[in-house]
Design a protein around this ligand. Structure first.
Ligand code: PEP
Ligand code: MN
Length: 346
């Protein structure tokens, strides 16, 4: 439910409405637009509320939200959400690139990769350290020690860090190191974890579940927003279909669909989306052309020796080539590629 205030409503009237909401067991999220102030009501609303609030001084109208997801919907907030990480804006007119290894393997590996991706224009270093793994016998990450390696890479390069948090018990620990908390595809409906990252005061990247509909994904986003964490970014990373040639099917259509349905920023991960390094650059460009606010790309100094996801990782040369192509595309689209490089140059 949205409460739209009159153009000339006073601060006092706004406060009174918020107070009344809280007395009724709801909270209000205020967005002050150029023309009008709107209060998004957080909580399980019911039709009778409309009459109660519509007659309060300063209230223009009360509008129910038709979608099952509320806070993440464009109806709730027409303006794009911009998530700020240091001096980086995700969701504005910049195309933000997050790059790095699937898994943190050693200090040297992660620092070397951080330097290489930064040199050609990446904005944020990715590196999984608590690794979800389909098989319990494959590499499951270095754990706490690896977080120190990520911190070294940030100290060396100044790049912000995104890394995955796998369980609610690790949110505090990972928050001490990460600039963005990543919730992976397998955990998109781990509601206890969603509640916990919702309480954290850190930006969160929520990947789409591998068999989740867009509506289910936005309902998961709702868990995080309703805990009061509005620094939320979505990430399309491919979904499961009947196709087996690719690891997943990269759902490019989800990007403009999310832009229509939600105010949240959305980035694309064509590495997991395709599972094949040769397909990563074409799909990265397609995602940018479809309106993605950023990209997440797996990059490894030596993909053949990677402990995880080598077949979908770009080596440094191929990542540089992708960055130069992205710069050309960004120009054509009128986007700003942060740390823009001349094509092919450093
Ligand atoms: C990852 O980004 O390291 C990862 C495990 O991705 P996903 O959750 O999309 O499989
Ligand atoms: Mn991976």
């Amino acid at each position: 439910m949205l409460i739209v205030m009159k153009m000339d409503a006073s601060e006092r009237e706004l406060d009174d409405v918020l107070e009344r909401l809280s007395q009724s067991g709801f909270s209000g999220h205020v967005s002050k637009g150029v023309e009008r102030t709107v209060i998004g009501v957080v909580g399980q609303t019911y039709p009778e509320l409309r009459e109660i609030f519509e007659i309060l001084p300063g209230v223009d109208e009360v509008i129910p939200i038709s979608k099952p997801y509320k806070l993440s919907s464009r109806e709730f907030q027409p303006e794009d959400t911009i998530v700020r990480v240091g001096d980086i804006d995700i969701g504005g007119d910049e195309l933000v690139v997050m790059a790095g290894p699937c898994a943190v393997e050693s200090e040297e590996q992660v620092v070397e990769t951080a330097r290489a991706v930064k040199a050609v224009g990446a904005d944020i270093l990715r590196g999984g350290d608590f690794k979800p793994s389909t098989s319990p016998y494959s590499f499951r990450g270095l754990g706490p020690e690896g977080l120190e390696f990520l911190a070294c890479a940030r100290a060396e390069t100044g790049l912000a860090i995104i890394t995955e948090v796998m369980g609610p018990q690790d949110v505090d620990l990972v928050s001490r190191y990460a600039d963005i908390l990543q919730v992976g595809t397998r955990n998109m409906q781990n509601f206890v974890l969603l509640d916990e990252v919702g309480k954290a005061r850190k930006p969160v990247l929520l990947k789409r579940g591998l068999s989740a509909t867009i509506q289910e994904w936005l309902l998961s986003a709702e868990y995080i927003l309703s805990q009061g964490n509005w620094q939320l970014i979505l990430c399309e990373r491919g979904i499961r279909t009947f196709e087996t040639y690719t690891r997943n099917t990269m759902d490019i259509s989800a990007i403009p669909a999310i832009k229509k349905l939600s105010h949240l920023p959305i980035i694309a991960d064509p590495s997991h989306g395709t599972g094949k390094w040769e397909l990563v650059s074409p799909l990265a460009l397609a995602a940018a052309a479809a309106g993605a606010d950023g990209l997440m790309i797996e990059v490894h100094p030596n993909p053949d020796k990677a402990l995880k996801d080598g077949p979908q990782s770009l080596n440094f040369d191929n990542f540089e080539l992708l960055m130069s192509r992205l710069a050309l595309l960004a120009t054509a689209l009128g986007h700003n590629l942060r740390s823009r490089r001349s094509p092919g140059g450093k």
